[in-house]
Design a protein around this ligand. Structure first.
Ligand code: ADP
Ligand code: ZN
Length: 210
């Protein structure tokens, strides 16, 4: 199964991707996580991406398309994958088509802008393994500490309130047109993001089985 998760930053794509990984045993590929890892390792690509990311802008298409091309060649993608955070622009979606990759479904998780701003301000991520938590909605067992690996929980630079607004604006301008793109290909399914993660997961699974 080859899936794309679409939605605004903070719509819960990463969280739902984890659930799909568990159920369907296919890897989740997050361009955001790949870029952050590259940044941490001080690679050239990471350094190039840093300024864009910190400002809440999209990283240039050719950079992320290159990342995805390499990643999809790896062995674990043979039986399918979930893309979380890619494509985010029409040229990126077009690049997937040009690679001859036939996507089965595009699940769009819809969440109102007000909810997004509230969620992102409380988001905390593990500095070591990138697992995501929330001060109100998804608390770790011990405050400030990652359940999975014991790493320190920090706020992403791009989750600062000013940057969140820029990211939302980018989302509406650059990414939302993908809904139309995939609707025309007959692949789009829309899920209303719920307050409870489990409720959204139920809708996502229903959408995948439909
Ligand atoms: P979120 O979904 O919460 O915004 P991500 O981790 O997916 O977070 O992305 C964080 C940042 O990484 C984006 O704001 C952007 O700068 C960069 N990025 C990730 N994926 C892409 C992409 N497909 N195209 C362009 N930039 C991207
Ligand atoms: Zn961790």
């Amino acid at each position: 199964m080859k899936l794309i998760l679409l939605g605004a930053p903070g719509a819960g794509k990463g969280t739902q991707a984890e659930k799909i990984v568990e159920k369907f045993n296919i890897p989740a590929i997050s361009t955001g996580n790949i870029i952050r890892a590259a940044l941490k390792n001080g690679t050239e690509m990471g350094l190039k991406a840093k300024a864009y990311m910190d400002a809440g802008s999209l990283v240039p298409d050719e950079v992320v398309i290159g990342i995805i091309k390499d990643r999809l060649k790896e062995d674990d993608c043979k039986n399918g994958f979930i893309l979380d955070g890619f494509p985010r622009t029409i040229p990126q979606a077009q690049a997937l088509e040009d690679m001859g990759i036939s996507i089965d479904k595009v699940v769009d998780i819809e969440v109102p802008d007000e909810t997004i701003t509230a969620r992102l301000s409380g988001r905390r991520v593990c500095a070591k393994c990138a697992n995501s938590y929330h001060l109100l909605y998804k608390k770790p067992k011990t405050e400030g500490v990652c359940d999975a690996c014991g790493g320190e929980l920090i706020q992403r630079k791009d989750d600062a309130p000013e940057t969140v607004l820029a990211r939302l604006e980018e989302y509406h301008r650059m990414t939302e047109p993908l809904k139309d793109f995939y609707e025309k290909l007959g692949k789009l399914v829309i899920v209303e993001g719920q307050e409870e993660v489990a409720d959204t997961t139920k809708l996502v699974f229903e959408a995948l089985e439909a």
